[in-house]
Design a protein around this ligand. Sequence first.
Ligand code: FAD
Ligand code: SAM
Length: 612
Amino acid sequence: MRIDHEPLQHDADGHPYSARYDDVYSSRAGAAGQARAVFLAGCGLLEAPRAWDGRRQFVVLETGFGLGTNFLATWQAWRDDPGRPAMLHYVGIELHPLHADALHQSCVDPALQPLAAQLARAWPAPRRGLHPLLFDGGRVRLTLALGDVAQMLPQLELGADAIYLDGFAPERNPAMWQPAVLRALGRLARPGARLASYTVARAVRDGLRDAGFEVQRLPGFGGKAQRLQASYAPRWTRRGAEPRAALPAHAQRRALVIGSGLAGAATARALAARGWETVVLDSGAPRLPAGLAHLRPSRDDNLLARLSRCGLAWLRTALPAAVGDCWIDGGILMAEPGSAPLPDCGPQLHCGGAISEGGVAAASGLIDAWLAEAAATPRQATVQRLRQAGGGWDALGVDGMVLAQAPCVVLANALDAPRLLRASDLHGDALPLRGQRGQGFVLPEGALPALRGLRRGVMAQTYAMPLPAAPQSSFVGATYEDAESAALDATEVWAHIAEGLLPLTGPLAPAPPAGAQLFAGMRAVGPDRRAAIGAWPDLDALHKPQAPPRAWPAVPGLYLHAALGSRGLVMATLGAQLLAAQIEGEPAPLERDLLDALSPARFVRRARLRGG
Ligand SMILES: Cc1cc2nc3c(=O)[nH]c(=O)nc-3n(C[C@H](O)[C@H](O)[C@H](O)COP(=O)(O)OP(=O)(O)OC[C@H]3O[C@@H](n4cnc5c(N)ncnc54)[C@H](O)[C@@H]3O)c2cc1C
Ligand SMILES: C[S@@+](CC[C@H](N)C(=O)[O-])C[C@H]1O[C@@H](n2cnc3c(N)ncnc32)[C@H](O)[C@@H]1O
């Protein structure tokens, strides 16, 4: 859902100013100075010993991202500190995002300017929801949470170590400081978390105390008598309060990933980026050569629209350096029969349509690139069963032979996941997946004159796309066949694809062209067509099915990344980040309702709530 860019104005002295709130964005004595003296100092990040010393990851939450000065100063402090945590997460909430140029141009601190330029380059289109921006090789992760603070905070799944409150003066913008907002911060703070603000307004201090913070006043910055500093030390916790993201302790950072398709490769990559060693086992299913990854907008910004938006943004963060081999950008043409053809698709197509944001991805090439990044070479083996052993897991092959062992297992084996769970006495029936066969053709250069020179993915009832690594060749697809029925033969597959492409290409020959290679694969599809990603629930320990699925008890060290259906490209990177965040106790890359929408516990929850 689009929101408008906020125009940046300036006051008479040239300071960035908001007409909407009649206030300046930061102290007139200097934005960077205020960032350091109020926010970093208040949260123990300015001078050694720093609050993040000895930490593997550290999470800052900010209400009011504005021009991003506080973020830039924190990022700079992280860069300058040899004892910095391996990963810095910064979650910034903003209702009225400025334009990228405004962020860049208003940064006057020489040390921060190069960082501001990077921030401006990565700045997303202004749409509601969480946006990932990765810097310094993914070790600095900004999650831009666009939306109203009061609606956004309850949607965040994170444990904050530092909280910056920076939302214009309370008397000019009371909504930002209302008790419900401050209580929500208490829910998100880790024990001992520090909080800082430039305002010491009475209502803010009282609200923070009610939310479990111990509040102090200290000398202020730039003509302000006082600043606020606080730490989270609740004297009591609300009964029934949901547990906040804890920092998990992993004695061994070693994971076994079963399956090296898009889900498995993306997961191995995400864990490796956090210092995990991954062992990948795969039974050798064929790999999709290329596919479409694009947005699924809807008028009401439904779950699918939001998931595809976040998924596409994450996929873009994971495109390898040699991007051209794996990705063709520029959107996907969604055919609208009868509309005027667009000039820039390559061939003269029979109709035009709308361009959906996204691109063509070489699925197989991405898998290779992600596995290489994870330094993981998949071992060819079929896991028959899992067994809990010594606080971890054994993966067993035929005859009960131990194939691999690890404290943490990720099932990324698509349609085989329910069988494997069943064989391991782990309630596989709670994962109701069905198989849907898909077939298509790789076409050599010039095989189909109607598509010669195709420059982007095009989609009608079926689709065609250039192959990123060999753009003169193309991939056309795809059938949706019930896995239980006999597979269509090549002529039938061709007829189906040709009929689907008809509005774009006009009639095609009745048989596949010479040199066309048939590709057949199997999709794993859930009953609601959404992926199943997250910790696998411990159904034997479950007493309260009414709890949200993400809060269900989980089988220790067992995770699922499956049911990607026909959206593996747009979902796999997001799913991998979601799992890595759960495993490491990092901020979730999705809002809570979307986490529930993907939670593997949702199927059985529905059944239990119905009394099944
Ligand atoms: C013809 C066709 C066209 C498609 N087009 C698109 C498209 O345009 N865009 C898009 O996003 N998606 C598309 N898809 C869907 C996409 O391919 C899937 O969403 C994606 O491959 C799912 O990835 P995955 O890793 O979950 O599963 P898979 O790719 O199926 O990988 C699972 C892996 O697990 C391994 N495995 C299974 N069981 C075991 C076991 N017991 N032990 C060890 N290893 C095991 C398998 O060998 C396999 O490699 C298409 C699919 C088909 C068939
Ligand atoms: C003082 S500025 C923040 C300055 C910023 N921290 C920086 O470092 O540049 C306050 C910000 O809060 C945002 N804001 C105001 N009301 C909000 C709300 N209800 N929800 C989220 N953000 C809000 C404003 O748009 C503005 O960008």
